[in-house]
Design a protein around this ligand. Sequence first.
Ligand code: ADP
Length: 191
Amino acid sequence: MIEVENLTVTYPGATRPALKAASLRLAAGECLLMTGPTGCGKSTLLNCLNGLLLNESGAQVEGEVKLAGQSLRNCPLAEIATLAGTVRQDPATQLCTATVATEVMFGLENLGVPLEESEIRRTEALNQVGLGDLRERATSELSGGQQQRLLIACALALRPRVLLLDEPLSQLDPQGAAEIVAVLDQIRRQG
Ligand code: ADP
């Protein structure tokens, strides 16, 4: 599902690569936790797996990244959005609409998914993360853990093949973090 081959990334002006000759293979259903000190290249790898650094970012990227057999080099963004869903660490800065319901619709509308299909996907995604009863809730009134789960629902609604999370627990209290871990475990079990 994920194939990374000899990936080396050098940011503009940098004297040495942020990531050097990284290789990685993950099959469908596998879950990988990457740990390491700040600055070791975790976000850089993640931003290659979602295509961000591979396409006109200014960074020099050597090597290959494939998701579900598709090379991400020169891959249109709309296509990458259906391959990889990304959730970053600070939920509040990633939310861009007023309510839970509209937030999930935002990405679906951007991808041109028909309304009827979008509504089905929204219900499914919100149920998956345990927010089915909070559809009309203002995003600003959600707890950090609920906001993070909403962002996971937004990603899932696009039906990506791979879900990428950059330090998804770092801004959460222990209860919020436990909820995210439970949701991720359930998603993994459901395949
Ligand atoms: P981590 O996620 O493990 O903390 P990063 O991938 O963010 O590590 O960073 C790896 C290295 O690349 C660090 O030395 C960092 O300073 C550098 N770096 C990260 N992003 C950029 C960028 N946009 N421009 C220049 N250097 C960067």
